[in-house]
Design a binder for this molecule. Structure first.
Ligand SMILES: [Zn+2]
Length: 235
């Protein structure tokens, strides 16, 4: 374990309940184990993620909220913030940017993980979800420059939220990574966490899939299992 990679506080911004468990849960569990306070910010209410004709949006919102809280507890996440935007139609608006900026200024993370803001045209099988791109674009724009600049979103200053500079950003990326985090020691916890999202996943299938890509990412770097990111050290 590399000591200098220990963080006091980290924030993960994603579009949906379950996105963090899919993309970075081994890292989250690792950081939590090393003593970091990890804060989740979930942008949407998850109200569209069901093909069950008996399911209603309001019931789904409650189910997915609880699933996310359960998964967070498994990983050792300290706090989960739900921004409550409507699922499936998320946009990278100034309002979303401000709402993420508010959480950055409130919790003051050193490092922030988000999804990729761009559609991956290399993939031959997955188009990517527009909410993911929107959440990432808003999160990156909230980090820089909005969270740093006191004159941006003056209403946040009125709420007593001082500017904050995030030092590092990790964008979840398997196609263009420059940082690999060894999650061999926390893979089992990560697999437990994804199983909490019972309304979204078949535990067996998803376990194999998630283990598989982490194995593939690790192989290139001499690690058994790794999660891959595009890393930014901000100045
Ligand atoms: Zn998602």
């Amino acid at each position: 374990m590399v000591e200098q990679e220990m963080y006091r506080r980290a924030m993960v911004v994603v579009a949906h309940a379950d996105d963090a468990e899919f993309g970075c849960s081994g890292t989250v569990a690792l950081w939590a184990r090393q003593g970091a306070e990890v804060i989740y910010v979930i942008c949407t209410d998850g109200s569209k993620g069901s093909g069950d004709p008996e399911m209603t949006s309001s019931r789904l919102v409650e189910i997915r909220r609880q699933e996310q809280l359960d998964a967070a507890r498994v990983l050792g996440v300290k706090e989960v913030v739900f921004l409550g935007y409507e699922d499936a139609i998320l946009q990278p608006t100034l309002e979303l940017r401000r709402d993420i900026c508010r959480q950055i200024r409130r919790y003051k993370p050193q490092v922030l993980i988000c999804m990729s803001p761009v559609r991956d045209l290399e993939s031959a099988s997955y188009l990517g979800h527009p909410d993911h791109f929107a959440s990432a674009e808003a999160a990156l724009s909230a980090v820089f420059p909005a969270a740093r600049d006191r004159l941006t979103f003056p209403e946040l200053m009125e709420e007593g939220l001082e500017p904050h500079k995030v030092e590092e950003v990790l964008v979840m990326s398997r196609t263009n990574p420059n940082k690999w985090i060894d999650v061999t020691d926390t893979l089992d916890i990560a697999m437990e966490a994804i199983k909490c999202h019972r309304s979204q996943v078949n535990p067996e299938d998803v376990g194999n899939f998630l283990r598989g890509w982490r194995e593939e990412m690790g192989k290139e770097r001499g690690m058994k299992y790794a999660e891959a990111f595009r890393h930014f050290q901000l100045r």
